[in-house]
Design a protein around this ligand. Structure first.
Ligand code: NDP
Length: 246
């Protein structure tokens, strides 16, 4: 389905990003992963992608640093030649009620989730324009649409991604570049593992399908949006949340 194409996946060493990269690699795409650290576990993940017969490389880069993003994107383009798919997945949480959020809690979440997504997209957009094709998929969240107690910083960053996605779709549609957002609900990863069992049961009780989602559930939707099966879809925000926010 994606044979010969190259995908950049930020945060592709763990959780949802790893499942996305795995799914794209399984469908023939070469994979450039961006993460903050080159741990043994991260290296193993990249080896796993490469063992599927595609080219796979890990780039360490803090996406909240615009200069690092610019040099990393140049490196990726030099290594892979062309990028066809960009998945802005990397994200963090710093949860607390509003009065208890430090300035750093607010800055970090906005800087990584929103500004990082903008920096990475900006760094690849000219080459998408040059090739008159590209699919950009930004990982937002249902809480960016519905809000959430204790996540004002995170929800604002994810709502910002929605506005960014729609604007990129409008700005680059005529160049055959699509930009869509995916809004996952509650997905089992390191990020959500921090919640207590009581909190997890509370969340589950609010999900019509009654179960917590898997990273693969998100990856299935991302594959569709990355491929030509979604050729006439742009500027959309699609939830994958078990009905959590119907
Ligand atoms: P994880 O915490 O499991 O993984 C986060 C990934 O992002 C890691 O690979 C991490 O790299 C990378 N990352 C974090 N900060 C940076 C940075 N500054 N620069 C580059 N890479 C960075 O998260 P999830 O898989 O749970 O979440 C993935 C995305 O999905 C996030 O955007 C999240 O907000 C969103 N989401 C998650 C939901 C869930 O329920 N899990 C629900 C809705 C949305 P490293 O390993 O090097 O730290």
């Amino acid at each position: 389905m994606l044979n010969g194409k190259t995908a950049v996946v930020t945060g592709g060493t763990r959780g949802i990003g790893k499942a996305i990269a795995y799914k794209l690699a399984g469908n023939g795409a070469n994979i450039a992963v961006i993460a903050t650290r080159e741990t043994d576990a991260a290296k193993k993940v990249i080896d796993e992608f490469a063992s599927m017969g595609v080219k796979a490389r890990l780039y360490t880069c803090d996406i909240k640093n615009a200069d690092e993003v610019a040099s990393t994107s140049e490196e990726i383009l030099a290594d892979f030649g062309q990028v066809d798919i960009l998945i802005n997945n990397a994200g963090i949480t710093r949860d607390n009620i509003l009065p208890s959020l430090s300035t750093m809690d607010i800055d970090d979440v906005i800087d990584v989730n929103l500004k990082g997504t903008m920096f990475v997209t900006k760094s690849f957009i000219r080459q998408f324009v040059r090739h008159r094709s590209g699919s950009i998929i930004n990982i937002s969240s249902v809480v960016g649409l519905m809000g959430n107690k204790g996540q004002t910083n995170y929800s604002a960053s994810k709502a910002g991604i929605v506005g960014f996605t729609k604007s990129v779709a409008r700005e680059y549609g005529k160049k055959n570049i699509r930009c869509n957002a995916v809004a996952p609900g509650y997905i089992a990863t390191d990020m959500t593992d921090k919640l207590s069992d009581e909190q997890k049961d509370m969340v589950k009780s609010q999900i019509p399908l009654g179960t917590i989602g898997s990273p693969e559930n998100v990856a299935d939707l991302v594959l569709f949006l990355a491929s030509d099966s979604s050729a006439y879809i742009t500027g959309e925000v699609i939830k994958v949340d078990g009905g959590m926010y119907v």
